[in-house]
Design a protein around this ligand. Structure first.
Ligand SMILES: Cc1cc2nc3c(=O)[nH]c(=O)nc-3n(C[C@H](O)[C@H](O)[C@H](O)COP(=O)(O)O)c2cc1C
Length: 332
């Protein structure tokens, strides 16, 4: 997720377990071939076998509409260490769409196929090339043609965010369309959109008939969800954190604090002063607040430094603890 899942975030979330791979924020290809440093800055994991320190593979996502430039940059990325390329045909940001990128290509299935085919052709066959699609620009039925064109272009798999660009992020996600597409294609289809809980996951699986799932916002809002889903899918998922992850059913503040502290620790080397870490933790809390009623969210908004933020959180955790522990007098 652009502006959210950078390398420190990928590291911490992948430590929570349950992910088979993660996708980078998009790198926008406008025409030129990027120098190596751009790729390394965007996906520092290139230097480590393209995996997070927890061992989860990272896929590079490219966004753009110029076939040749997309192919050249994909080729360069693979030379530098990328293990898989994802192509963004879902971004709804007006600035991106005005410049002929992201979801705007859903209106031109032939061009979409051309981009997939150009990138596919430029890369060794063992490197997966996937396409991330929305259902359409305005019309959800457009997914049938676009998915087919992506497959003809040579996509190894496609991921479908089950909404049109016009629908933005407004619930619900229309997983049933994914199920229809899956029947039509011979390549794997990954279902995405509004999987916030284990129950959502089960309904998505039933409606989409998919075997593969992508979670975006809930990977942050409920960091134990991927692990719980993986277990439900029969995958022997493992966490590499020494502390307990906030699980989908027990999302308590005292479970969050060590996780956020871990993020502060991991992001310290890339943090410019204190601001990066503090603002990222606030952003994370905001995303969690989409689904959880965290009374501490309002409090940390005011924190200016990471130290201040953790002092507030510790105090909040203590208050919650004091309230839930009966005093000696009450016990007598
Ligand atoms: C802040 C934000 C940034 C996003 N950036 C990207 C991106 O760079 N590439 C992409 O394919 N999707 C991006 N998405 C879309 C998500 O990948 C996902 O398709 C969408 O949020 C629906 O899934 P979810 O309900 O699991 O979050 C972004 C979403 C959000 C909220």
């Amino acid at each position: 997720m652009e502006g959210v899942t950078d390398a420190p975030m990928r590291q911490v979330i992948s430590e929570c377990g349950g992910l088979s791979f993660c996708v980078s924020e998009f790198l926008r290809v406008c025409g030129d071939l990027f120098p190596a440093k751009v790729f390394y800055r965007h996906v520092p994991e290139f230097a480590h076998n393209c995996r997070t320190p927890a061992g989860v593979p990272v896929q590079l996502q490219l966004l753009g509409s110029n076939e040749e430039a997309m192919a050249l940059n994909a080729q360069r990325a693979v030379e530098l260490g990328a293990g898989a390329i994802d192509l963004n045909f879902g971004c709804p940001a007006p600035q991106v769409n005005r410049n002929d990128g992201g979801a705007s290509l859903l209106r031109y299935p032939d061009r979409l196929r051309g981009i997939v085919a150009a990138v596919r052709k430029a890369l060794p066959p063992e490197i997966p090339v996937s396409a991330k699609l929305r259902l359409g620009w305005e019309t959800p039925e457009d997914i049938f043609r676009n998915a087919e064109e992506a497959a003809i272009g040579g996509a190894t798999w496609i991921t479908i965010h089950a909404r049109t660009k016009k629908q933005g992020y407004t619930p619900p996600a229309y997983w049933n369309y994914i199920g229809e597409v899956k029947k039509q294609l011979n390549i794997p289809v990954i279902a995405n959109g509004d999987i916030w809980t284990l129950d959502d996951f089960r309904r998505c699986r039933d409606e989409s008939q998919c075997d593969h799932f992508m979670i975006g916002r809930s990977a942050l809002a409920t960091p134990g969800l991927a692990f719980a889903i993986a277990r439900e899918l029969g995958i022997n998922a493992k966490t590499t954190t020494p502390f307990q992850i906030p699980s989908p059913s027990e999302n308590y503040l005292d479970r969050w604090i060590p996780l956020l502290q871990r993020f502060a620790e991991v992001s310290a080397p890339v943090s410019q002063g204190n601001l990066y870490t503090t603002s990222r933790i606030k952003q994370w809390a905001k995303m969690s607040f989409l689904r959880n009623q965290f009374p501490w969210f309002d409090q940390i908004k005011l924190a200016k430094t990471t130290e201040e933020l953790f002092t507030i959180l510790d105090q909040q955790a203590k208050n919650i603890h004091d309230k839930s522990t009966p005093s000696q007098e009450t016990l007598h």
